[in-house]
Ligand binder design. Sequence first.
Ligand SMILES: C[S@@+](CC[C@H](N)C(=O)[O-])C[C@H]1O[C@@H](n2cnc3c(N)ncnc32)[C@H](O)[C@@H]1O
Length: 532
Amino acid sequence: MSIESSSDDQYGELLAWGASMGITDAPLSEQKTHGAGQIGLSSLCLGHCLCIASFPAAGGRGLAAMRDLSEGELILRVPGQALMSSKTARQDPRLKKILDSFPALSSSQILTIHLLSEIAKGSTSQWYAYLVHLPRVHHTLSYFCSFEAEELQEDDAICTAKSAAQKAYADWEAARPVILKMGLSHRFATLKAWLWAAATVSSRSLHVPWDEAGALCPIGDFFNYAPPGQHEANVVSDSPHSSEKEQQLDDEQSGFGLSMRERLRDGGYDTNLGAYCFYARQQYKKGQQVLLCYGQYNDLELLEYYGFLLPHNPNNMVYLLPPDPLEFGHSNLGASSQHLACRTRFHLMANGNPSFSLLAAMRLSAASPALRKSHGYHALSGQQLSIEVDNDVYRWLSEKCQKLLAKFPTISQEDIVLVKILSACCDSNGSQTVSAFLNELSKGRKPFPDFIDKDLLTYSPTVLENVIKQLLQMMKVEGFKKGFSDHTKIAYAFERWKAAIQWRLSHKAVLERCIQYSNRKLLLLNKELLDR
Ligand SMILES: C[S@@+](CC[C@H](N)C(=O)[O-])C[C@H]1O[C@@H](n2cnc3c(N)ncnc32)[C@H](O)[C@@H]1O
């Protein structure tokens, strides 16, 4: 972690602007009221308990604790007047007039247009000091080209990625007349500008009660993400008993849906204070990164809305439809059970265990009609119906996951090697080295230059051959060759490709864990049968 001190030139203007807007990390007791706005004591908005810092392994730029922070402490306030939302969009009389003649635009479209219009104003925008520090690049699913979407390798995920790109395109087409009517220069009306602005809104807006698109929150949007259940992520093991807490989360989520997400957020707009308030979700030591929970997301959602993946996401899941009773040679479920099937969510959790609802549905499907009628309620309360039924359930589950894994065009080892190569390419400073490597590959030579980890050679020749095939296939992708000499373009394309591979790897890992879990269950069940 490197702390970029608050007086650092790079953020000096932003921090001074923040203070002038009333943004502050000072305690409420140190707050002074000055005219209509609330101004912090300092000329800079950070420095009491937070500072901007760099965390290359956990989100890049973020906020660090400048002193020990205690759980629940109020650590940052961003007054309503500093936020950018559809409300402030309508405070611009020109934009308001045009927006009024396009009533079909969604809140997100309005916020995206507002962002583009403020950027077009340059230094005359009231948010200028904030806007110049927005990231230039995003890797959300809306940026994925068809090749990158297909590289997710799983039908639902591919469909999600393609839909995200299509939706971004459709949103742009509908918003373009507004942008043109605003008289913004052509570069603000391009699809490229739209994708960037929409991804900025998606990855940085925070929930506000008055608008479903949320609001852009200067300084508050420097917090990087930690998922709810982070602690469980650290203890995820393949032990069948490690899932109790996750099971609880799963059950609670099924029961309360969105309200669970609400509770897990550690910041929110406080109408009494008229400010977005952020609280420390745990104790932090001086220098530690202070994180925010944006909500509960699985890996695909993180990629879709925020453009990144966590190394271990305790909330990842693989959706899995339960078997039809016919697969066990039984008649169909009755109407009430079918109702259950429609209502509940079936998935494997990050540790590979089936969710409560999936297990219940599998047990009902595997039970004979007579057992289902007499003891079906046991399944609905999470209990075993019989050893034989569980035996069928876990055999089905293990085989199902093996079949799903076999459908993927690459195996996990190949994905791991590809990720290593792509990471090395992205991390390598020398664009020439990367280009030279790709050139050699395209000529049929298969070198592994120095910047690529030598331990790759410990993988089997078949794995390496398949990896080379994948790299060559990617190089044929339209548009890639055009950007061949542009290292930045290649690096971005590699980042997205790497994210797609990492996504499928974590998806496969859940299936692999489920196979191990089911097989362990089968061993235990067989032992129970023998002991009987
Ligand atoms: C609200 S911004 C957080 C601040 C951001 N790092 C910045 O430099 O402005 C959200 C974005 O930060 C990155 N990010 C946040 N948390 C992350 C994490 N735990 N790991 C990797 N990237 C993360 C993602 O790119 C995400 O879209």
